[in-house]
Design a protein around this ligand. Structure first.
Ligand code: NAG
Ligand code: NAG
Ligand code: NAG
Ligand code: NAG
Length: 390
């Protein structure tokens, strides 16, 4: 007898709740739904609550559905919502009023709106757009010590007329800038853009919007939008002040952190020691900014370091650029002085060799001294006929 009663009571409770929900709380769709482009690759959706909607002290919400360019949906209590997305294919969305209760959701009918795709002939928009950022020293050192440069490259649309000209804009947050420095192809069409300094903050999580439109007398040029994560396109600068010293059979290699807004402890390094004689490459992953390596007597080594920002400071990113190679060791091979003021180097080196013959020193140390004295940059290392005579 007791179990039957319980079931009855349960059924009654459910029935009551359903009655309350349906009796008859009519949900009306929002009104005045509009989609407005408020910036590059950015729209604002706005609607008003239906003025005829009965309130009955319930919390109404809205269910927003993005239909194009990419499907997405979410609920909100607000009557407007911002979307960041490419707009060259247009934008379409729907919204309806909803009432959530513990076991069911009531919904009104939908209202929809759209933003038409901008005009343009097929095949005229740019393709293969890539962008990278670098940290640079700020021009206003008193405000911010570092800023970010931006470089983007693209290919001309395959059906774009010869007289097409492209224009690039970027938006970061509320700030938009137009490109002033372009590189051009043989037909004088812009195919790359360079901003020496931007408003981009590569520590930030906000997306970078890039917009390229164009003009031509012969066709409407279709614009193109792309979003980038500043984190993903940030190219870490090479480590600075790489120095290599030789002592007996060891290389002492040191460097300093790259030009970056991140402090010292944020970097991981990769060191590459290339033996130019036997082709062997030694690679080391390091946290410290120095390394000691054993070397042999008869080889020349090229040394390079690169850096990456590591996880305590930011989501781990890609490796940055390699530093310029530094060559150390015995120099041999055919003479080829043509790249670097040959006469002066030769005479200076001869002079030094003469002087050094009189010194009692380990051979490698002498060589290092010669280089240091000449203050050669890595790409200026001269090559000699035969082994150096010390
Ligand atoms: C809808 O828009 C019209 C015109 O802008 C305005 O007069 C009206 O008040 C709006 N409706 C609501 C419910 O806000
Ligand atoms: C451009 O992108 C397409 C598709 O992503 C790729 O197949 C093609 O190789 C790229 N072209 C160049 C020149 O990079
Ligand atoms: C390109 O886009 C910018 C920014 O939206 C706009 O100001 C400019 O008029 C557009 N130019 C062309 C040729 O469509
Ligand atoms: C690199 O060395 C130069 C000259 O010794 C020095 O002025 C500069 O501060 C060093 N750079 C860094 C990043 O420490």
């Amino acid at each position: 007898m007791v179990p039957v009663l319980l079931i009855l009571v349960g059924a009654l409770a459910t029935l009551q709740a359903d009655l309350l929900n349906h009796k008859k709380f009519l949900l009306l769709p929002p009104v005045n739904f509009t989609i407005k482009a408020t910036g590059l690759a950015q729209v604002l959706l706005h609607w008003d609550p239906n003025p005829d909607q009965e309130q009955r002290h319930v919390d109404l919400e809205y269910h927003v559905k993005i239909n194009a360019p990419q499907e997405d949906e979410y609920d909100t209590r607000k009557t407007e919502s911002k979307c960041v997305t490419p707009l060259h294919e247009g934008f379409a969305a729907s919204v309806r009023t909803i009432l959530k209760s513990s076991h069911t959701t009531l919904a009104s009918s939908w209202v929809s709106a759209e933003l038409k795709a901008p005009p343009g002939s097929p095949g005229t928009s740019v393709t293969n757009l890539t962008c990278t950022t670098h940290t640079v020293v700020s021009s206003h050192t008193h405000l911010r010590p570092y800023q970010v440069s931006l470089r983007c490259t693209w290919l001309v649309g395959k059906d774009a007329p010869e007289d097409t000209q492209y224009f690039l804009y970027y938006r970061f947050g509320v700030l938009t800038e137009k490109c002033q420095e372009y590189s051009r192809d043989a037909l004088n069409r812009n195919t790359a853009c360079w901003f020496p300094r931007t408003f981009i903050n590569s520590k930030g999580f906000e997306q970078l919007a890039v917009h390229i439109n164009g003009s031509s007398k012969r066709a409407a040029i279709k614009p193109f939008d792309q979003l980038f994560s500043p984190l993903a396109i940030d190219q870490v600068n090479p480590p600075r002040n790489v120095t290599v010293e030789i002592e007996s059979n060891s290389l002492y290699i040191q460097w300093e952190k790259p030009l970056s807004a991140f402090p010292d402890h944020c970097f991981n390094y990769e060191l590459k020691i290339y033996n130019t004689k036997n082709g062997h490459i030694q690679k080391e992953k390091l946290i410290a900014n120095k390394f000691i390596s054993k070397i042999d007597d008869v080889s020349t080594y090229s040394i390079q370091v690169r850096a990456a920002v590591s996880s305590p400071c930011r989501m781990p990113g890609r490796w940055g650029e390699w530093s310029q190679p530094i060559y150390v060791g015995v120099i041999y091979g055919p003479g080829c002085f043509h790249r670097f003021r040959p006469q002066r180097v030769t005479s200076k080196i001869s002079l030094w060799l003469l002087n050094m013959r009189n010194l009692r020193m380990k051979p490698k140390l002498k060589l290092y001294i010669v280089w240091k004295r000449l203050d050669l940059k890595s790409w200026e290392i001269p090559r000699f006929d035969g082994i150096l005579p010390f």
